[in-house]
Design a binder for this molecule. Structure first.
Ligand code: ATR
Length: 265
């Protein structure tokens, strides 16, 4: 029997997750199906319940349902608990287990694909919404020297920094003005084609600028490149978070490199 999986979101038509999981399944010989499900904005719980009743084994959750999935899950992994959001659900007879593979996906992309070791590094994280919160703990696990959270609304950055404590501080965008080894854009500014008001002094010759968005060259990446930084988009993170979910469900770790290369082509 083919095991069923799906990604839930709104909108969902442009999701690459079905393609990615189909590639993982082919590569590993796993008998699964994976579809994209558009849940109504006020009907995620019902949509999910219908999928489980129809035999669904697991699901990914994307915008705007990650916080709702967090509330619905009966059990949470420690990393989902810290992230305050769930992007991966597994269904078994004990109910829904919620996990969050976004941060692990980012760290895998940075360390394995981009060869950017994070230990002892200075990291600047732009944004203090759900996307930023989801990656903080996995970044801290890599033991950077400092992690600064900069946000348009300083209070949100301070609140988030307070949640994590050790080695994490908050800043306004303009106040961050010394070079960082890694600058990660987790704001929604790229979606709107906007550039946060950043100082060019955050970029040095050895800085990697990473935008969690993928599929287009963002104003942030253009600005960083113009000031001498190396750049990367979030396509690798997308594939790596999917690989981590696939591993949770199937116990097999797919090879991500050919899948990333295929999507780029
Ligand atoms: P997500 O789940 O994508 O993180 P969110 O929780 O709504 O969504 O958070 C959006 C983040 O992008 C916030 O950090 C937001 O800044 P504020 O906290 O000040 O609202 C940031 N953001 C959105 N639009 C932005 C823009 N044009 N420039 C800079 N930051 C922006």
């Amino acid at each position: 029997m083919t095991d069923r999986y799906a990604v839930f979101g709104h909108p969902i038509a442009h999701s690459k997750s079905p393609l990615i999981h189909a590639a993982f399944a082919r590569q590993t010989g796993q008998d699964i199906s994976y579809e994209a499900i558009l849940a109504p904005l006020d009907g995620f719980a019902d949509s999910l319940a219908a999928f489980i009743a129809a035999g669904g084994r697991g699901a990914n959750v994307t915008v705007p349902f990650k916080e709702t999935a967090f509330k619905l899950a009966l059990r949470l992994s420690p990393r989902a608990e810290r992230a305050g959001a769930v992007n991966t659900l597994s269904f078994d007879r004990d109910g829904m287990l919620g996990d969050n593979t976004d941060g692990a996906g980012l760290v895998a992309d940075l360390t394995h694909n981009l060869h950017c070791a994070l230990g002892g590094k200075r990291i600047l994280l732009l944004g203090a919404g759900g996307a930023a919160r989801g990656v903080i703990e996995p970044l801290l696990d890599q033991q950077p020297a400092v992690l600064v959270i900069a946000n348009r609304t300083l209070g949100r950055a301070q609140e988030l920094a307070g949640l994590f404590g050790r080695g994490v501080s908050a800043s306004a965008f303009e106040a961050a003005d010394t070079p960082f080894d890694l600058v990660i854009n987790a704001t929604a500014a790229s979606l709107a084609g906007e550039l946060p008001p950043l100082s060019p002094r955050i970029f040095g010759a050895n800085t990697l600028a990473y935008d969690m968005m993928y599929g287009r060259d963002t104003p942030f990446l253009g600005f960083a490149r113009g000031h001498g930084a190396a750049t990367a988009d979030g396509l690798g993170m997308l594939v790596e978070q999917a690989a981590e979910a696939f591993y949770l469900w199937r116990g097999v770790r797919p090879d991500t490199a050919p899948v990333i290369a295929g999507l780029r082509a």
